[in-house]
Design a protein around this ligand. Structure first.
Ligand code: PLP
Length: 423
């Protein structure tokens, strides 16, 4: 049996209708921005394997750090024990995160980082004997697939089977250009009419919505409104973190600090699943008590896995190098040039860029659904041409590894231009 035949016998893939979808491509090797399948066909990974891989596949520097850690201390439970890699990760994050972040909590993936943040927001008020049980979130948000994260997510595609089973969430519009006042008003309304504990948002870029972008000034204003009303703010930087927006964190653009930050995806350079939720001292202090019931009773078996921590440390070291910072700037410049070239194309509705994130919206007559027919034609065209891109409906976005060469980038752009002609 081929790998594809065995796959269809045993495996269940994410976001996949197995009856109608094509068999998955079996990848056997990766290096830099490239992937090769079992027949040695080459693909450019233009979305960094779901946004996790800034430094390239099979990165030697991170691999060495992982090997060293695996042969020193691969894992130890984090309940009642600690270790140097976790402490070093904390020290490093304290250096680079907004200064008000003082405590870090480890988990395993973006959804759990969000789950922890939402539970902390709810228990924060429970511990203070204040009844606040509603979470505020943006329309079309994506925060992950566990229950609280799903509740906060607004893309109905992912959550429709579970409506009615969620914690209370009120949704407000994203403050995209021209909609800022509507968004501010909706937030004030939500706070007035509900017992709001927290406001969760993807700062500046809503990834899964199709790289929807909005301005830092608008986000600062929303955070300010929350602060005035003692509503905790949660920045979900799972996608935006570690350089994607051109700064280390999207919140570095924003003139207001959140109470909590969620990190995952690029945290370990795309090697080992790991996530972190960070908190202000004030949030932590609401759990610090003689009463054991006020503690945060949340944990995962692999919390603060030392091997993951070693990968995160190596990864953060790479991010800080002049070479990587220059790569981010180079890709940003290149994206802006491509945007200028393509945004007036008759078939293009809009194009946008922030850091290494680029998105182009193709005009379409009907409302394109997430996995609609245009999306399928685009996706298949890209794969045939050896470029990994996963359009969201009629939106094609690029989120490349920072080490992607100019030549590879140009091929990605060319393929997108051809695709626009084709659809
Ligand atoms: C991907 C993502 C998540 C979920 O992360 P998983 O690791 O897939 O659970 C949460 N929030 C944002 C903004 C994301 O992009």
């Amino acid at each position: 049996m081929t790998l594809q035949e065995k796959d269809s016998q045993y495996l269940w893939h994410p976001y996949t209708q197995h009856k109608t979808s094509q068999t998955p491509i079996a990848i056997s090797r990766g290096e830099g921005a490239l992937l090769w399948d079992e027949n040695n066909k080459e693909y450019i990974d233009a979305i960094a394997s779901w946004w996790v891989n800034p430094f390239g596949h099979s990165n030697k520097f991170i691999a060495d750090a992982i090997y060293k850690q695996l042969t020193t201390l691969e894992h130890v439970l984090f309940g009642g024990f600690t270790h140097e890699p976790a402490i070093k990760v904390a020290e490093k994050l304290m250096e680079i995160l907004p200064k008000n972040q003082q405590k870090i909590f480890f988990s395993d993936n973006g959804s759990t980082a969000v789950e922890v943040a939402i539970k902390v927001a709810l228990q924060y008020f429970f511990n203070k004997n204040e009844k606040r049980t509603t979470i505020i979130a943006f329309e079309n948000a994506f925060h992950g697939d566990t229950f609280a994260a799903m509740a906060a997510s607004g893309i109905s595609f992912y959550t429709q089977a579970f409506q009615g089973m969620f914690i209370d969430v009120v949704r407000i519009p994203v403050p995209v250009k021209g909609e800022e006042e509507t968004s501010f008003k909706a937030l004030k309304n939500a706070i007035e009419n509900h017992n709001c504990a927290g406001f969760i948002f993807e700062p500046l870029v809503q990834g899964a919505a199709g790289m929807v972008m909005y301005e830092p000034e608008a986000l600062a204003k929303l955070i300010e409104i929350c602060k005035e009303n003692n509503v905790l703010t949660i920045a979900d930087e799972v996608m935006t973190g570690f350089g994607k927006t051109g700064k280390t964190f999207a919140m570095d653009y924003v003139n207001a600090d959140p109470d909590m930050i969620c990190l995952s995806k690029a945290l370990t350079g795309g090697t080992i699943p790991m996530a972190i939720t960070t908190f202000t001292q004030e949030v932590f202090d609401a759990f610090y008590d003689d009463d054991i019931n006020k503690a945060l009773f949340h944990g995962h078996t692999f919390t603060a896995n030392p091997t993951g921590c070693a990968a995160a440390l190596a990864s953060m070291e790479l991010l800080e190098t002049d070479e990587m910072q220059a790569n981010i700037q180079r890709i940003n410049k290149s994206h802006l040039e491509f945007q200028k070239k393509i945004e007036n194309h008759p078939k293009v509705a809009t194009a946008r860029t922030l850091g290494v994130v680029f998105a182009v919206e193709i005009k379409s007559n009907s409302e394109e659904s997430y996995y609609g027919s245009m999306r399928t034609r685009l996706y298949n065209f890209f794969i045939e041409n050896g470029v990994v891109l996963r359009p969201v409906g009629n939106i094609v976005y690029i989120l490349p590894p920072y080490i992607m060469t100019d030549q590879q980038l140009q091929k990605v752009y060319r393929t997108i231009e051809e695709a626009i002609e084709m659809v």
